[in-house]
Ligand binder design. Structure first.
Ligand SMILES: [Zn+2]
Length: 400
């Protein structure tokens, strides 16, 4: 992976927030780093408050913005000190966290700060960058993932075990980082989740991200796990109009609303849908917990929509008591369908949703195949996936 930094382009952006915008867009340009609203970035800037006093403000990516097209107003300005202090609490619900972030936001029209705002506040660096880099996830989600990560990065990063994103992850880092970080620390590897890098300048933080991900890519190459061999599928994908229409009707019925089905005929997803081991590989879970809202915890293999919905209800029943509060079950319809004849079909309430599901799953296939080449793709256990799928903030949206 190469740095896309260009001094001439960077010069068009002024001030620390301008540079933050520029390097965030560079991250957003590479789908092997972040996809569709994934990842987040921040910068800490000392500003005068209304009383003329210096105060450090954390400008952190706001929800609803994509890194590749972010503007200065896509960053929420929050007061650093009170937000950093939240990480010292024993417990904080997601709704309390959202309220506390909102209360400390300095501009009424700002977007809601990223759920990782507290983690950005805790890291003692001016610029902080976070991605879900494919190459790193292939390694963290393989057998012996942590040993491999330590072999690749040595002492240059702090390795953080998987914990639920949001407050708990911020608290984990607030406890672990001061113990393990030193002068030479340039990032964090979050097991089963992604990477953080940081630095004094936008360029330093960005280029450390690229360097960290490049080391993961080089490792995969050395292990013979980088090149993906796609079995040639010579016949055209089954475009059986009636089959797709019927499938759409069945998925819509289970979803409780009309949905769009999108069929994809790229060689990789078609070959994946035909693999004899597709049922095993695809049922272990998503690449990063972030994806679950868009792809569900696993795809439907074949066309039995009712069996998928039954299975989803069982997953909901088995885990619903581990999350506090009355839960509303999400619709049990699949979002990704892998069928040997139809190839990959994605499902969405809108064409855009179906497209996003396809982009996420196309990267998931690459991540799975590379982890498989390292000895076996491993995903988070269902309970961690459930927690992510049913966290307060998402449920609050449903209750509204
Ligand atoms: Zn993340």
């Amino acid at each position: 992976m190469d740095s896309l930094w260009n001094d001439e382009d960077a010069a068009k952006f002024s001030g620390p927030l301008g540079e933050r915008v520029y390097s965030s867009r560079l991250l957003g340009r590479d789908p092997a780093l972040v996809l569709h609203g994934g990842g987040n970035t921040s910068v800490k800037i000392v500003e005068k408050n209304l009383f003329g006093e210096d105060e450090t403000v954390l400008y952190v990516k706001g929800s609803g913005w994509d890194l590749d097209s972010i503007e200065a107003e896509g960053f929420a300005p929050v007061r650093l000190e009170p937000v950093r202090r939240l990480a010292t609490l024993e417990h904080l619900t997601d709704l309390q966290m959202a309220d506390a972030l909102r209360m400390n936001t300095l501009r009424g029209s700002a977007p809601a700060p990223s759920v990782e705002a507290i983690l950005h506040a805790v890291l003692p660096y001016t610029y902080v960058d976070h991605t879900h880099a494919d190459a790193v996830i292939s390694i963290t989600n393989s057998p012996d993932g942590e040993r491999r990560i330590r072999e690749i990065y040595g002492d240059d990063v702090v390795v953080v075990p998987y914990v639920m994103p949001g407050f708990r992850l911020a608290r984990q880092v607030a406890l672990q980082f001061p113990q393990e970080a030193h002068e030479g620390t340039i990032g964090l590897i979050l097991m089963q989740h992604g990477v953080f890098s940081f630095g004094d300048t936008a360029r330093e933080s960005y280029e450390r991200m690229i360097a960290l991900v490049d080391r993961a890519e080089q490792y995969l190459k050395r292990q013979g796990a980088w090149e993906i061999v796609v079995d040639e599928v010579t016949d055209a994908p089954g475009r059986i109009g009636v089959t797709l229409a019927e499938l759409r009707q069945r998925v819509s019925r289970v979803a409780g609303a009309p949905v769009i089905l999108m069929q994809h005929d790229d060689p990789l997803s078609r070959a994946f849908a035909r693999r004899p081991d597709v049922a095993s590989l695809s049922q272990r879970g998503p690449a990063t917990p972030d994806h679950i809202i868009r792809t569900k915890q696993k795809p439907l293999v074949g066309r039995d929509v009712d069996a998928f919905a039954e299975d989803y209800r069982a997953y909901f029943e088995a885990h619903k008591d581990m999350v506090a509060g009355p839960l509303t079950m999400l619709d049990p319809a699949p979002r990704v369908i892998l069928d040997p004849e139809l190839g990959m079909v994605t499902v969405g309430r809108t064409a855009r949703d179906a497209r996003i599901g396809a982009d996420l799953y196309a990267h998931t296939i690459e991540i799975i195949l590379r982890a498989e080449a390292l000895g076996g793709w491993q995903a988070l256990p269902p309970r961690d996936l459930f927690e992510m799928e049913y966290w307060d903030l998402e449920q609050a949206k449903l209750r509204r």
